[in-house]
Design a protein around this ligand. Structure first.
Ligand code: ADP
Length: 400
């Protein structure tokens, strides 16, 4: 059996999935938590019982060794030995200007990821810990880094450039990168397959990745043309706790009025804003709908603002692309929240969208479904995202 181990390393956690290359089936998945504190391993083979144990994990190294231990365990493991892992795919948040695609991990690749730590100060060091731990634990297994920013690297300069002094771009690599790239790439590719237009350079798709963090992206011929997140994941839509795009002059204004430090301002925009900040209730869309139902006007406002934000992007991207063939909803909200999809799709006939509101309301959660009516010029669909599978596919393509 040949498998790909997919790793998503955080500063104190490490998520993993083992995927069979041939069938693309998930054989097992799980999580190491509280790395550097005490340590807990969770493991769930697809065909077996969930297993968890407390185990010391001073670093990511011990965590990955424990993962390899359960995966190859005689009783509960799903592979015989380490040779069954053909390659490891790592999710890496920021590739900066250095990476336009996934890359085989070498010393040079690691140095290039280190170089862009200032652009992803929270995630890149954690991603590197995962990579280094795997290189030590499995020195003969190829490793591939899959960047969340690579999707956005096909944007033209007029699209990714901010209208700041040009030196800011040259000196500090300040530009639009975009995030959720692996997800946008995956669902765009799947949508093009469903349309039967693989290889067509003109196929135009808008993908709405709506979750706790949300972004909208558009593509032509399967290549990103524009995307709503920017230098960081703060730009674009209002999100669970992030403000999204605001007048930049609000930043110095509020820092002055509220006497906030840089860090406090950053926290206000990233953790206290968005759905949570507007509603004062929650960042979770389920809570917001319940609050709206109970008459909470601010929860209703937050939901309306979110829908309005997505509409704005769909409209502007349709203008940028000169039309759109397909709109995809994906991620937690996109796949599950029928009411939000309905709100977004209201009054969009002008674009050639004939949305089936009844079918949408009755749609099962988290499942692939076409929601536009048969004659609709634009096809609207829900496609569940699968970032791990996208990482596994890229890893296999590069490493094997
Ligand atoms: P993340 O950005 O953390 O990966 P997800 O894509 O998992 O987020 O989306 C999580 C969000 O999806 C939750 O905050 C919640 O608001 C929303 N969500 C999940 N299930 C439902 C549901 N059944 N109805 C409405 N919203 C849902």
């Amino acid at each position: 059996m040949k498998t790909i181990l997919v790793i998503n390393a955080g500063s104190s956690s490490l998520k993993y999935q083992l995927i069979d290359i041939e069938s693309e089936a998930v054989l097992a998945k799980g999580l190491c938590e509280r790395i550097g504190i005490d340590g807990k391993l969770t493991y769930k083979p697809t065909d077996g019982e969930k297993f968890s144990k407390e185990a010391p994990m001073p670093t990511h190294q011990e965590a990955i060794e424990l993962v390899l231990g359960v995966l190859t365990d005689e009783k509960i493991g799903v592979i015989k030995n380490m040779e069954d892992v053909a390659a490891v795919g790592h999710r890496v948040l920021h590739g900066g200007p250095n990476f336009t695609a996934s890359a085989l991990v070498t010393d040079e690749c690691i140095a290039a990821i280190e170089e862009v730590i200032p652009l992803g100060p929270l995630h890149n060091p954690a991603n590197l810990m995962g990579i280094n731990a795997c290189r030590k634990a499995m020195p003969n297994t190829p490793q591939v880094a899959v960047f969340d920013t690579a999707w956005g690297m096909s944007m033209e300069q007029k699209t990714f450039q901010y209208a700041l002094p040009y030196e800011v771009y040259e000196k500090y690599s300040v530009r639009r990168y975009g995030f959720h790239g692996t997800s946008h790439m995956f669902v765009t590719g799947e949508a093009i397959k469903r349309l039967g237009r693989e290889g067509d350079p003109d196929v135009k798709v808008i993908t709405c990745h709506l979750g706790n963090g949300s972004s909208v992206s558009c593509s032509k011929g399967g290549k990103c043309v524009d995307t709503s997140m920017g230098l960081t994941p703060l730009e674009g839509l209002p999100m669970g706790t992030r403000c999204g795009s605001i007048d930049p002059a609000i930043v110095p204004f509020l820092m002055d009025k509220m006497n906030l430090s840089i860090k406090e301002m950053d926290t206000l925009m990233n953790k206290k804003s968005g759905m949570l900040g507007i509603s004062g209730v929650s960042s979770d869309f389920r809570d917001l709908w319940a609050a709206k139902e109970a008459g909470n006007e601010r929860a209703a406002l937050a939901l309306d603002m979110f829908a309005q934000g997505v509409k704005r992007y769909i409209g502007s991207y349709a203008a940028e692309l000169n039309g759109v063939d397909c709109i995809v909803f994906t991620a937690g909200v996109g796949e599950n929240d029928q009411a939000m999809r309905g709100l977004i799709m209201e009054n969009m006939e002008y674009l050639g969208i004939d949305f089936d509101f009844e079918k949408n309301l009755a749609a099962p959660k988290g499942e692939e479904i076409v929601l536009s009516k048969p004659g609709s010029k634009v096809k609207v669909m829900v496609l569940p995202t699968n970032e791990e599978l996208a990482i596994a596919r890229d890893t296999a393509a590069i490493a094997l």
